[in-house]
Design a protein around this ligand. Sequence first.
Ligand code: ADP
Length: 259
Amino acid sequence: MAEPLIELKGVTKAYDNRVILDQIDLTIYRGDALAIIGPSGTGKSTTLRVISGLETPDAGEIYVQGQRREGLVEDNKDPIGITMVFQNTALFDSLTVDENIGFSLYQHTRLPRRKIRELVEQKLEMVGLPGISNLYPAALSGGMRKRVSFARAIMENPENPASNPEVILYDEPTAGLDPIASTVIEDLICSLRCQGGCSTYVIVTHQDSTIRRTAQRVVFIYHGKIQWEGTVDQIDATDHPMVRQFFSGQTEGPIQVAG
Ligand code: ADP
C-alpha cells in the first residue's frame, strides 16, 4: 500500500461567503500522478493552493506525512518539500534565466555563485534547455518559459536537503500552448518523474491530452465536492453523467454552462 504523503480532511474554503470547496477529503500518495479536473471556476486551483500551503482552509485539516499543518507553510514548515508550478510561470522579466531559477539560493544561502550556476545548469538540462542561463524571459517562447518555471520548481538547496521538493503541483501547465508545445510539456512532466526527485505530482488541467498523457489517477471536482474518482483508463468506461458531459463537451447535462 502506498504511503499517504498529503491528506486533506473535510477541507472547506469560501470566498466572499461563496463556498468553493465543501468538506473535501483527498489523499495524495507517494508516487501518485494525480489529475484534478472539472469545469472552470470549480476550485481546482484553490485546492492546489491549499495543498501547497499558500492558502489556509476555513475548516478541515491538512496532514503532510502524518504531521498536521497549522496555518500557512511559511508559519510551519512541512516535513517534505512541496513545490508549485504556477499557471502564468511567474518569472521575473528583469532577471536572467539563471537568476530566476537560482533566485531562492541567491537570496537565502551563502553558496558561491559558481555552485548555484552549476545547479541551475543541471536543472536546465533536466528540462531540455541546456545553455540558456544568460537569456532573459522575453527571449523565450511560451513553452520554454514553462520549462524554465519547472526548473525553478525542482531546484534543490544543498544546504538544506530536507526542503528539496518531493511533490510537485502543476497548475494548468499546458494552458495557452499549441498542441505540439503541449505534448513537449506533457512528456517533460512524465520524464521529470522518472528522473527521480519529484516522484509525486498533482496536476490541475482541463485539457484532454494532458489528463490522458500525464495522469494515472483522476479526481473530478464540481460544486465544491469530489464527484468522481478513478483511473485514467476508467474515464471512457464510466457512465457518470458529469464525466461523460465533460469529456464530450455537451452543453446539456448536469454541469451548468457558465456565462
Ligand atoms: P478553477 O481552478 O477550477 O478554475 P479556482 O480555484 O481558480 O477555479 O476558483 C474557484 C472560484 O473561486 C472562482 O469563482 C474564483 O473566482 C474564486 N476565487 C479564487 N481565488 C479567489 C480569491 N483569492 N478571492 C476571491 N475569489 C477567488
